[in-house]
Design a protein around this ligand. Structure first.
Ligand code: UD1
Length: 417
């Protein structure tokens, strides 16, 4: 199994290009199930989760090719199974995204329940509630959601918690329902809008994405399209923190700084210089890193997917900071590994008190989930000596060879096979 070896202490400099957003590419791939026509996606990142979604689509009978140049060609004209098996779903919770499209186009689906994961319970009750409001019958049998419907009908659906994939699932199902669906308290994440853009270019009628209320008017059928996936804001944010934590100077290219407004604002608060352009931004940090509190909330606030990386940064702050996680109940696994590197962090419920100023030292650490792994890499970049990060497959689920990109910026980092 691969490991990442990092020798800390080198400031990063230079420029780095961001890839396509994993969390936009996954629903886009699932949306290909909504039509029998060919779908072409561009800017698809070369990460493990994308291959899992490809395998899932192939398993159902879709033609699904993902090339190294970031193009995906998908066609679901010959679906033989409407099932997402446990073996695939257990490795990637986002597999639940096939439920809405399958139900919309084929009127039935059998999708394994994802079960628990390292960062919290992550139920799918709101996905099911929305589909039931549209007339579907959903039952849990042998660990699978079995859903069927004669005809999906538009409905008014109020989500009591903001859910990203829940919003995407219902939006996809509603594109082929009869009548209008009004989705209230919908997720406003850029990935939801990217999916809405793609669905519109397939012929769907959607308004209000990016806001709390989305209106979808069902159409008889959707057609093929070519769609370019938005840049990955979490990958961009991870490089931004890499620049700040190493007191470096890095230009982050081919991204959308507007999607990162809360993260860039937080970096300015902690003392980094951030210059933002249209599709790039530059982060410089020469002196003291100030300790500043942060709380995660749904978009456009500070994202939970940047919380672990920010915690690594706060271990280098000049004082105390409190990090509050409001989205997932158990998303502090990285804290315990950071403590093994010498960080001073106290956890209490959904809050972490991080005492800065302490030097970190290299250690053998374990990645527990995707963003936790990124936080360990960031900490290792400033730790004295050598850090070995194990269970790198978590990192590979969402980052396209992050070690190569960091090495090009001057980091002492390599993958050991
Ligand atoms: C998506 C992202 C993930 C990100 C998360 C929050 C993808 C593929 N993944 O995950 O990277 O961390 O958004 O920004 O896009 N909830 C319920 N019932 C439901 C659904 C969710 O109670 O039916 C709760 C969850 O437990 C959690 C909160 O809602 O507390 C938000 O979760 P959600 O937005 O659904 O996360 P995902 O869509 O799974």
């Amino acid at each position: 199994m691969d490991k990442i070896r990092v020798i800390g202490g080198r400031p990063l400099s230079g420029s780095v290009a961001v890839g396509g957003a994993k969390n936009a590419a996954l629903p886009a791939m699932a949306a290909s199930l909504l039509t029998q026509d060919r779908i072409e996606l561009e800017n698809v990142p070369r990460v493990r989760d994308i291959l899992t979604m490809r395998n899932l689509l192939r398993d159902m009978g879709s033609r699904a090719e993902v090339s190294d140049d970031g193009t995906a060609v998908l066609q679901s004209s010959d679906i033989r199974s409407r099932e997402a098996p446990y073996e695939l779903v257990k490795t990637m919770r986002a597999s639940i995204l096939v439920l809405g499209p399958l139900l919309g186009r084929f009127k039935s689906a059998r999708v394994s329940l994802p079960g628990g994961c390292a960062i919290g319970a992550r139920p799918v009750n709101l996905h099911l509630m929305g589909l039931e409001k549209m007339g579907a019958e959903c039952e849990i049998v042998h660990g699978y959601v079995e859903a069927s419907v004669e005809k999906l009908r538009g409905a008014r659906i109020l989500m009591d918690t903001v859910t990203v994939t829940g919003t995407e699932n219902i939006m996809m199902a509603a594109t082929l329902a009869e009548g209008e669906t009004i989705l209230e308290n919908a997720a406003c994440e850029p990935e939801v809008s990217d999916l809405a853009d793609m669905l519109r270019s397939m012929g769907a009628r959607i308004e209000g994405d990016g806001c709390r209320t989305i209106r979808i008017t069902g159409v008889g059928a959707l057609h093929g399209c070519r769609h370019r996936i938005i840049p990955d804001r979490i990958e961009a944010g991870t490089f931004a923190i890499a620049a700040a934590i190493t007191r470096g100077d890095v230009e982050i290219e081919r991204c959308n700084p507007n999607h990162l407004a809360a993260v860039l604002e937080q970096l300015r608060r902690v003392g980094a210089d951030v210059d933002s352009g249209k599709d790039r931004f530059r982060v410089r940090c020469g002196g003291t890193i100030l300790s500043e509190n942060v709380t995660t909330y749904p978009y456009p606030a500070f994202p939970t997917d940047m919380q672990a990386q920010y915690m690594a940064l706060m271990t280098q702050g000049d004082g105390d900071s409190i990090i509050t996680e409001t989205i997932f109940e158990n998303r502090f696994m990285h804290a315990l590994e950071l403590v093994r590197m010498g960080a001073d962090i106290t956890l209490e419920g959904r809050q972490a008190l991080v005492r800065g100023n302490g030097p970190l030292s290299g250690a053998r650490v374990l990645a527990s989930d995707l963003r936790a792994s990124a936080s360990l890499v960031l900490a290792a970049l400033v730790a004295r000596g050598e850090t070995w990060i194990d269970r790198v497959y978590h990192l590979d689920r969402g980052y396209d060879r992050i070690e190569e990109k960091l090495a090009r910026l001057g980091a002492g980092i390599e993958r050991v096979r």
